[in-house]
Write a protein that binds this ligand. Structure first.
Ligand code: SF4
Ligand code: FES
Length: 266
């Protein structure tokens, strides 16, 4: 470049920078879908309604991206809960095209539909629009004592730590992946009909600790779930395991727990 900013003879300034070109290309390749968002404020509405928006999406656009785009540009009032945007915090569960899913883990392109309908999770009270109350899930989770129970401390001068073999860990590690998103409780038909049912999320966590060989709280926990609204209310519909985004498989955990109660597991 010369002193006055002009390019040397024979060189031409490109009309658009490479990044501008890339942006234009991405924009022109986007598709459009209709996003239907359920709106309901329990303090002022008697029934829920839907608001519809046309949204552009790319192959990688998630349902949460689309909702936040609409919230930023068209309707600031949309109530939605999210945090990590990477399927880790468990905040963004909702019903997407009829199925409980994480909005940040569901790509619009994978739904294979011209219409994306988002509604609050079933079996949870609505706070506003897509945000629901987690009081029942947290209460049942706490009820099953989701921690290692034993009299001695984990660290003593003799033990330092409680070693586990890979086989010991294998027994419960799948169940330790629960992010408390509530999708399993939302899909569960017993949760819908029994407001006191402990639910698949808590039962899976009860199994997670019962199966951990460092834990000594098995009898205590089995007593908690062996009650009228406990483990025996599960009909084994299996819908909890179908919707779990972390592969926890609560239905299997419930069956394994029943094995302890029926005496063929120790
Ligand atoms: S078991 Fe799966 S679906 Fe249920 S709360 Fe845990 S991660 Fe979510
Ligand atoms: S925002 Fe955290 S799981 Fe979706």
């Amino acid at each position: 470049m010369t002193k006055d900013g002009a390019l040397p003879k024979g060189f031409e300034r490109p009309s658009r920078s490479p990044s501008q070109e890339k942006y234009e290309k991405v924009k022109s390749s986007s598709k459009t879908t209709t996003l239907r968002i359920s709106k309901f404020n329990p303090e002022s509405d008697s029934t829920s309604t839907f608001s519809e928006f046309k949204v552009h999406y790319q192959r990688w656009t998630t349902v949460l991206d689309a909702i936040l785009e609409v919230k930023s540009n068209y309707d600031h009032s949309i109530g939605v809960r999210y945090s990590c945007r990477q399927a880790t915090c468990g905040s963004c569960g909702m019903i997407i095209n009829g199925k409980p899913r994480l909005a940040c883990f569901t790509k619009i392109s994978e739904l294979d539909s011209d219409l994306v309908t988002v509604e609050p999770m079933n079996n949870f009270p609505i706070i506003r629009d897509l945000a629901v109350g987690f009081e029942r899930l947290i209460a049942t989770h706490k009820r099953i004592k989701p921690y290692i129970i034993r009299d001695d401390s984990e660290v003593t001068s003799e033990t330092k730590e409680f070693l586990q073999s890979p086989e010991d860990v294998e027994k419960y590690i799948q169940f330790a992946g629960c992010i408390k998103c509530g999708l399993c409780n939302s899909a569960c038909p017993t949760m819908a009909t029994d407001s006191s049912f402990v639910g698949p999320q808590a039962l899976a966590q009860a199994y997670r600790y019962v199966a951990d060989n460092r834990d000594k709280g098995k009898d205590e926990r089995l007593k908690i779930i062996d009650e009228p609204h406990g483990i025996w209310r599960c009909h084994f519909a299996g819908s909890c395991s179908q919707v779990c985004p972390k592969g926890v498989d609560p239905a299997m955990g419930i069956q394994l727990l029943r094995g302890y109660l029926l005496g063929y597991r120790k």
